[in-house]
Every structure is written in structure tokens, then in C-alpha cells.
Design a protein around this ligand. Structure first.
Ligand code: SF4
Length: 419
């Protein structure tokens, strides 16, 4: 579908579209089912000019996102482009550029050139850098920045619209350990408090939707109030934010804009994850739910990709549709390219576990088991989530077994015995 046609309106009118047909084919779904899901706001299609569209939502496989981008401390454009390539190579479905250091527009352009996956941005990041301070940004600056990103061909933007100044005041009285940990949310909050104004995304919501609808860019409603540690449990501001985001999503859909709800991010005790996912899904009429992690413990520092894989698996299994990866460098540093790979693989595993919980055992696992029985190593590497790693570790021998048991290979012995 050309980018100036509105996919959501077409789906509502019962019209098919090439993007919906292509995603339905990739997902093994009936186009009519996917069209209905899109029309109901339960699935979104991310598009990028000249690239394959991507579906996210209820009834589709769980997708994963990789965050990359420079910071004020580390800014090597080639390295960020390499991270984007690595993320895509190891299976990230989408990439988010969070650059705040160096020539941000050029970095975005180079990432777009180097990748095929849908690209998401958080326009306030660049607005802060260009204005020189959070307070100095004007509402017109924000709208201009959103339009600029949209015109450059990104597929989705994040705005932190789901809270008011009253909710920030409410937060002051709360006994949270970590306060607000969302970067975009903290920028927006600081802007509101410093300028004594309401949330600019609420004030200009329809204008923003108008910009996005023009090029079918997906709106991701950010999660400012998420908990930053597992002892900051669900509180009133979090619940109010998800309810506000649900209302805004409805309005955006009416204006022809597809919406993803960010609602399960941060740090959530593992016993609460399934119930919270169900709660968010219920409040948002089953709109696509994005979960950053979540981290189910706080002490996995250095291995947060593993902790996040467990939290992400639980969230996806309970119904989250889209996971944001976490790398081993979470809370410690900007990730390297190899840490991006580790994060992507950990979350591909989480998404696959989630899909197995949602839809039952997946055919890929069966195929791999058959290849394992046949000691067909090359096919196993091809089917594995990270076949490169499997190939590096494997120690071949002449009997086609591996060095774990050598000639006492249980599979080979039983094959001989049962023949
Ligand atoms: S040698 Fe042991 S670990 Fe390796 S394939 Fe055979 S049974 Fe499996």
C-alpha cells in the first residue's frame, strides 16, 4: 500500500490491502482475520517504504525490538550502524534509534540505509538536544520534530502522553524507590513542571495524529509511570496512565492512526506479570501491548538480558505482543555490538517461549528435534535462534556425534538398539 493511503481506515471499511495480505502470508493467517484485527485496533502493521511490512498484535507471533543509538558519552556512528545490522541479523523485528549524541539526523539516515526493519524514534530526544535544554523546547518544536522524523521515513514514534500535571503531583506523595525511570517520560515531565504547562502531547494530540495518519506511522504510547524496581509495585499513577493511554488510543484510532500501548515495562515481580498483562489488555480493549523486559528481579546486573528473557517470556506467554530487548549492559553502559547480539538472542528466545505458551509447541522445535535425532548438525544450526553460536560451540567428530558423550552417544546407541 502506498504510504499516503490509510491502512486503518481501509481495514475498517472492509477493504484489503497489499500490506495486510503480505503480513497475513508471513504469519500464516487468513487476510480477513488480520484485517479485522487491524480494524479493531488489536493489531498494527508497521511499514517502511520499499520494505516488507511487519504485523504486531493479538493472534500474531510475538515481535522484539532492539534499542540502539548514541549517547552524550559514547558517539561512534559506524558502531551504531553496526549495532543496527547486528540486531537485524540476529532477528530483531524492529529497531529503535535513541541517539542523543552527535549528528542525530545523519545517524538516523545511516541506520535507515543499513537496515530493512521498521525504525522507531522518540522525537523529544532530538528536540532536547537541538533546543539545548528541556525547558527551552516549544510545543511547535515538538510538532516540527515529529513531522521531520515522519517525513524521513520512520515507521513509528513514541510519545509520553498518558499523564497530566495532577498525576505528577500525585507521584510526589508516593513512596517509590525509583521515581520515574522512563527517559522520554522524564523529559516530558520536566518540561511540564518547568514551564508550568499541561502535557504537550495531550494538548496537541489531534495535530500529532494528523501528521502520523498522513504516512501511516504507528503511534506508540509511552510508559512514563512504569516501575523502576520490583519493590515499586503497581500504584495509582501507573494505573491512571494505562487508562489514559487506552482513551488516547481510541481517539487515535478514530483519527486513522494505529496504536501500540507501552504498558508492561520496567521491573515487575514475576508473580505479578501474568495478571498485569491481563489487566492492561482488558483496559486497552486488547490493543497491541509492548513490554520493555520486564525485569523480574533487580540483582541480575550484568546478566539483565537473562533476567529480562524470563520476564519477557512470562509477559509474552500471558499475552504481551511486542517485547523490547534488554542487553547485558542494562543499567551499566551503552551496549556494544556483541551485547546487542546477546540481548536480541535472549529476547528471540523469550518471544519463542511466549509463542509456545500462547499457541502451543511451534513447528520449528519439532524440526530441530528431528535434525538432532539424525545428528544433522548443519540443519540444526540453520534452525537454531543463533546458529552461529551453536556452530562455534559444536565439536564435530567422525561418528557424527558430539564431544559431550562421543561414542557413547545415547541417540546413536538407541538408534542401533531399536533398528
Ligand atoms: S553425543 Fe550426547 S549430547 Fe551429543 S548428540 Fe549424542 S546424545 Fe546428544
Amino acid at each position: 500500500m502506498p504510504l499516503n493511503e490509510n491502512l486503518l481506515d481501509a481495514a475498517r471499511l472492509g477493504r484489503g490491502s497489499p500490506a495486510i495480505s503480505e503480513v497475513a502470508r508471513a504469519e500464516g493467517l487468513r487476510p480477513a482475520f488480520l484485517q479485522k484485527q487491524v480494524a479493531l485496533g488489536r493489531a498494527v502493521i508497521m511499514q517502511r517504504d520499499g520494505q516488507a511490512p511487519l504485523g504486531i498484535g493479538e493472534g500474531l507471533t510475538t515481535k522484539i525490538n532492539a534499542n540502539i543509538g548514541t549517547s552524550t558519552e559514547v558517539c561512534d556512528i559506524s558502531e551504531e550502524v553496526e549495532k543496527a545490522r547486528v540486531a537485524e541479523r540476529y532477528g530483531a523485528d524492529t529497531i529503535t534509534d535513541l541517539s542523543m549524541g552527535g549528528p542525530i539526523g545523519e545517524i538516523r539516515r545511516r541506520i535507515l540505509e543499513a537496515t530493512c526493519a521498521p525504525l522507531t524514534t522518540v522525537p523529544i530526544y532530538q528536540a532536547v538536544v537541538e533546543a539545548g535544554s528541556i525547558k527551552a523546547i516549544t510545543e511547535a518544536d515538538l510538532l516540527r520534530m515529529i513531522k521531520r522524523h515522519v517525513d524521513e521515513g520512520i515507521s513509528s514514534i513514541v510519545v509520553h502522553a498518558g499523564f497530566t500535571t495532577d498525576m505528577l503531583e500525585e507521584l510526589r506523595g508516593k513512596k517509590r524507590i525509583m521515581g520515574i525511570v522512563s527517559k522520554g517520560g522524564s523529559f516530558t515531565s520536566a518540561w511540564m513542571l518547568q514551564n508550568n504547562k499541561e502535557n504537550p502531547y495531550i494538548s496537541h494530540f489531534d495535530d500529532i495524529c494528523g501528521i502520523l495518519a498522513e504516512r501511516d506511522v504507528v503511534l506508540s504510547l509511552g510508559n512514563t509511570m512504569r516501575s523502576g524496581c520490583i519493590h515499586d509495585a503497581m500504584d495509582e499513577p501507573q494505573d491512571l496512565e494505562i487508562r489514559m493511554n487506552a482513551g488516547l488510543a481510541k481517539r487515535a484510532n478514530e483519527l486513522g492512526v494505529q496504536v501500540i500501548i507501552e504498558g508492561m515495562g520496567g521491573h515487575v515481580s514475576p508473580n505479578l506479570i501474568p495478571d498485569l498483562v491481563a489487566h492492561y489488555k482488558r483496559i486497552t480493549d486488547n490493543r497491541p501491548l509492548f513490554s520493555a523486559g520486564p525485569l523480574p528481579i533487580d540483582i541480575g546486573v550484568g546478566y539483565d538480558h537473562i533476567a529480562g528473557c524470563v520476564g519477557g517470556s512470562l509477559a509474552a506467554g500471558a499475552g504481551a505482543d511486542y517485547l523490547c530487548y534488554i542487553t547485558p549492559s542494562e543499567h551499566l553502559a551503552l551496549p556494544t555490538a556483541s551485547q546487542v547480539r546477546e540481548g536480541v538472542v535472549a529476547f528471540r528466545i523469550a518471544a519463542h517461549i511466549g509463542d509456545t505458551m500462547k499457541y502451543g509447541p511451534r513447528p520449528e522445535d519439532r524440526k530441530l528435534a528431528e535434525c538432532r535425532r539424525a545428528r544433522d548438525w548443519e540443519s540444526q544450526f540453520r534452525l537454531a535462534i543463533d546458529g552461529d553460536r551453536a556452530r562455534e560451540i559444536h565439536l564435530p567428530n567422525q561418528t557424527k556425534t558430539c564431544s559431550m558423550c562421543g561414542r557413547y552417544c545415547a541417540i546413536a546407541i538407541m538408534e542401533e538398539f531399536l533398528r
